[in-house]
Ligand binder design. Sequence first.
Ligand SMILES: [Fe+2]
Length: 572
Amino acid sequence: MKVVLGLNAVFHDSSAALLVDGRLRVIAEEERPSRVRHAKRAGVDNTPILPYLAIDEALREAGLDFSRVDEVAYSFDPAARFAALGRVPGDPDIPAGDYGTPEGERRFRDFILLTGSLLEARYGRKVPVRFIPHHDCHMAAAYHSCPWDEAALLCVDGIGEDDTCTWGRWRGGALEKLGRLEYPHSLGFLWERVTQWAGLTPNLDEGTTMAMAAYGDPARFRAALRRVMEPLPDGTFRVDPALARFRAPDVKGFEELLGPRRRAQEPLLWQGTDRRHADAAAALQELTEELLCGLARRVRREAGLPNLALAGGVTLNCLGNNAVARSGAFDGVWAFPAAKDCGTAFGAACLADGKARREEWLHAYRGPAPAAGATAKALAEARLEAPAQGDGALIARSAELLEQGKVVAWFEGAPETGPRALCHRSLLADPRDAAMRDRLNREVKHRQLFRPYGPVAREEDADEFFDIPPGLRRACRFMLAAVPVKARAKSRIAAVVHGDGTTRPQLVTKSSHPRLHALLGEFGKRTGTPVLVNTSFNDREPIVDSPAHALATFQRTAIDALVLEDRLLVKG
Ligand SMILES: [Fe+2]
């Protein structure tokens, strides 16, 4: 038996993946058990914070201990990063000792190289650590989960070692890189900086920026943003480092172009006479779609293959994925559910193994399932009683509660890998009245009122409600594409129609999620609308992980009912 442990710990979204004899067994994300969003903050001194909880959970799920691990694959190459120092241009005003400075980069490299020793100190065993280029890991993860034996690959994120965007193909059993962009030409960092300018938290609130885009006019800041990041005729783009200043602590360049940054106490301007923040978000979204389509066309020409697998944090931009599919550059577009750095642990393990098998993901429930007896134990500790029930009774009662306007939390089996809750750790609600969106934002999730929600529907009902471009259907199994809601369906599912008329559906099949498929059928029988609101089971925290987290979040929030595996709890 050959066991490869993939690790992502270089920036954030730390994770561990286990490959046993070339097959993926589990991907565990550190933020779930640690309850720290994204696991940690990116920083030159933070790489020794390894995802020990995720490693332990992954080993438990696979029934292994660390003594069985043959090799560790780390999704970053510190030597390649250090070699780029000096070649990659510096930014003005980088804080002393930070990324991009010789002393900062030296510490960053040296701390990463401690990984083997840190693991030895914790587990009492020395295991070889292989460092693998970050974007190779993103692309390998996308390939090994995709539906095709050969695929074009495109990775777009903030930064790997020094690359910000890499493309290539998987052909003849190997990864072949065809092109790349280097720092500072980073679309991921542009999103972080506009998010920061809008007074939100970079690397956390980009979804809020994207949601605001629906309410803005891209014309106002179109020219300004193109001064920071200029699309080029060859399908790539170029950044003006003096304006972007990606490594400076402030956003002076963006203030020059977009006006003063928003301070924490000021309102977000997305409606009324001044929609400044929404207008900037709209221009950014428009530019992003143009750039992603330009890259896709270039990758199609160079890779010469009809299907594309996407990876990297920027490919969580659901409208961007829709634009790529509609550009017609590719017949099929696969969006990898763990597109952010958490997925690179899987890619690193695949590349280190050398004989990893590609298996299309028909679902994303790749996390470690709760230990046997965890539900009963959590209920006992919370002094709650809820008898186990058969699926029929549980589903019928849940549909009844949903029809009554209750918010029902759904907790089941192994957690989703990646940022989307796909009905193993979800909140469900009736989508027919837009007031449900407001209630969820106001009372349950405590988010801005313009934040949208996505639906879950059965795959066979999708065409009744959504306009999904050919080639993008698979992305809709994982809430990775924003697609137009059909005109005649808008009033039927008003709570999940965003300001631009789109939504981000999850499509389930009888085999991918039998209980949800049945629940949708039951809700449809009652209401004529076999669709539910689906959002993550959390309240300003990582998605719940264990039955104990589920009970705690259920008890301290305005969630009305909880399906906890085969139990049902209903408040008051
Ligand atoms: Fe990345």
